[in-house]
Design a protein around this ligand. Structure first.
Ligand code: PEP
Ligand code: MN
Length: 386
C-alpha cells in the first residue's frame, strides 16, 4: 500500500489476537506494534503502540502513527509511548472483509471508516466494563453506591453527610457544585467553593467525589477536584461537553436525558468513548411521560435491556427518578433486583432545609434503612453492594 514500507514481523496469531511489530527506525530503537483483536473472522479493534527506546524525541511518518488504516486513530502520549486505537466494523455488510489466514499489512486498508462499530457494544467487548475511582467500584458484580446531597451547601453539611453515608456503606459521595437549575433564579451552586468543600469531604472520608460539570470550559476546573465527572440529564446531548469529558481520563457518569431514548443515550456515550475515555457509566434517572404522580417515570427495564447491549455499567438514580423520598428505598431495591451496577441517591442531614431537591432526599436514617434492604436484595441476586 502507498507509503506503507515498514517491515512487519508476526509476533502472535491466535483466535483472539494478531500482533505484528516493525522497527520504525533503522537502529531498532523505535518499534511500532499493532494488536488486532478478533471476534470470529472479524477484526473488531486495533491498538497501536510506538515504543521509543532511544530516550530522544522522535518523529514518525504519518502512516506509521495512523496505522495506515484510513480510520482516525486516537493518539495519546503516555510516557515514552504513543498509544493509538482504531475501531472497525463487525457489521455484516462488511463480510467481504473477512480476515485472511495470515494478516499482511496491506490488509489494514480494507476497512472503511464509515463502518465504524459502536464501541459501547457488547459485540466489541464481551466482558463488562468495571469503573473504579478510589473506593467506588461499579460493575462486574459490585454495586457501587454514590450518595450525598443534591447540592453542596456548606462545609458542615457536606462533611457530615459524607461521614454518615460512608458509615452506612456508600462508596462514592455525590454533591453538585455547578447546578443546572430549571429556573435561573434558583440556587446555582457554590461553584469552585463547592468543589473545595467536596475535596475536604474526600479528605475526611476517602470517598470518591462524583460531581456535575455543566459546560466544556469548566471541565478542567471540575476535573481538578472530581474523581468522577457527572454529565447531567439536561446535557446528555451537549456534544461539545461529551467530547470535552471524553478527552479526560476521569470516569464519567452519563445521565439519560428525560426525553432521550436509550439508543440516544448509547450514542451519547459513544462521543465520550470515541475520545479514548472508556470509563463511562450510564445512568437511568427517569423520563418524562404523561404520568404525574412521580416527578419522572423510572423505567427499570432499561437496566437489563442496556446490559444485554453494552458492556458499560448501568447506574440507577431513584431520587430524580421518582421525586419522592418515600419511593426511593423501594425503587433502589428494585434497581438492585433488576441487576443495576450502581445507585446514585440524594441524602441530606436535614432534607427539609436542602437548597435543592429536598422532597426526594433521604435523611441519614432513611439511607441506612435503604442500604440494609439493598444489601439483602444484592445477596439474593448474587451481588455485593458497596
Ligand atoms: C442531580 O444529580 O442533582 C441532577 C441535576 O440530576 P439530573 O441531571 O438527572 O436531573
Ligand atoms: Mn438533584
Amino acid at each position: 500500500p502507498p507509503g506503507e514500507d515498514l517491515n512487519w514481523t508476526l509476533e502472535k496469531a491466535d483466535a483472539q489476537e494478531v500482533v505484528i511489530s516493525a522497527p520504525a527506525h533503522p537502529d531498532g530503537s523505535i518499534v511500532v506494534r499493532r494488536t488486532f483483536r478478533l471476534a470470529g473472522d472479524y477484526l473488531i479493534s486495533l491498538d497501536q503502540t510506538v515504543e521509543n527506546r532511544s530516550g530522544a524525541p522522535f518523529a514518525l511518518p504519518a502512516y506509521a502513527l495512523a496505522g495506515g488504516v484510513g480510520a482516525p486513530v486516537h493518539l495519546r502520549k503516555d510516557e515514552e509511548t504513543y498509544v493509538g486505537t482504531g475501531w472497525f466494523t463487525t457489521d455484516l455488510s462488511y463480510t467481504t472483509h473477512k480476515l485472511p489466514e495470515f494478516l499482511p499489512s496491506s490488509f489494514l486498508f480494507l476497512f472503511p471508516q464509515q463502518g465504524k462499530d459502536k464501541v459501547a457494544s457488547r459485540e466489541v467487548r464481551a466482558e463488562p466494563t468495571v469503573v473504579q475511582a478510589r473506593s467506588l467500584v461499579v460493575g462486574g458484580g459490585r454495586v457501587g453506591v454514590i450518595a450525598g446531597p443534591c447540592s453542596v451547601e456548606s462545609r458542615d453539611q457536606i462533611v457530615e453527610t459524607a461521614r454518615a453515608v460512608r458509615d452506612a456503606g456508600a462508596t462514592g459521595l455525590r454533591g453538585g457544585a455547578f447546578k443546572p437549575r430549571t429556573s435561573p433564579y434558583s440556587f446555582q451552586g457554590l461553584k469552585e467553593r463547592g468543589l473545595e468543600l467536596l475535596a475536604e469531604a474526600r479528605e475526611a472520608t476517602g470517598l470518591a467525589i462524583v460531581t456535575e460539570v455543566v459546560a466544556p470550559e469548566d471541565v478542567a476546573l471540575v476535573g481538578r477536584y472530581a474523581d468522577v465527572l457527572q454529565v447531567g440529564a439536561r446535557n446528555m446531548q451537549n456534544y461539545r461537553l461529551l467530547e470535552a469529558v471524553g478527552r479526560t481520563r476521569l470516569p464519567v457518569l452519563l445521565k439519560r436525558g428525560p426525553a432521550a431514548t436509550v439508543e440516544e443515550l448509547l450514542l451519547a456515550a459513544e462521543y465520550i468513548l470515541d475520545g479514548g475515555n472508556h470509563a463511562v457509566m450510564l445512568c437511568e434517572r427517569g423520563i418524562r411521560t404523561f404520568e404525574s404522580h412521580t416527578r419522572f417515570t423510572l423505567p427499570l427495564a432499561t437496566v437489563p435491556w442496556l446490559q444485554a447491549r453494552t458492556h458499560l455499567p448501568v447506574v440507577v438514580d431513584p431520587s430524580h427518578g421518582t421525586g419522592h423520598a418515600a419511593l426511593v428505598e423501594p425503587m433502589a431495591a428494585a434497581s438492585v433486583a433488576a441487576g443495576a451496577d450502581g445507585l446514585i441517591v440524594e441524602v441530606h442531614p436535614d432534607p427539609a432545609k436542602a437548597a435543592s431537591d429536598g422532597a426526594q432526599t433521604l435523611d441519614v436514617a432513611g439511607f441506612r434503612r435503604m442500604m440494609e434492604v439493598c444489601r439483602r436484595v444484592a445477596a439474593a441476586v448474587g451481588r455485593e453492594i458497596g
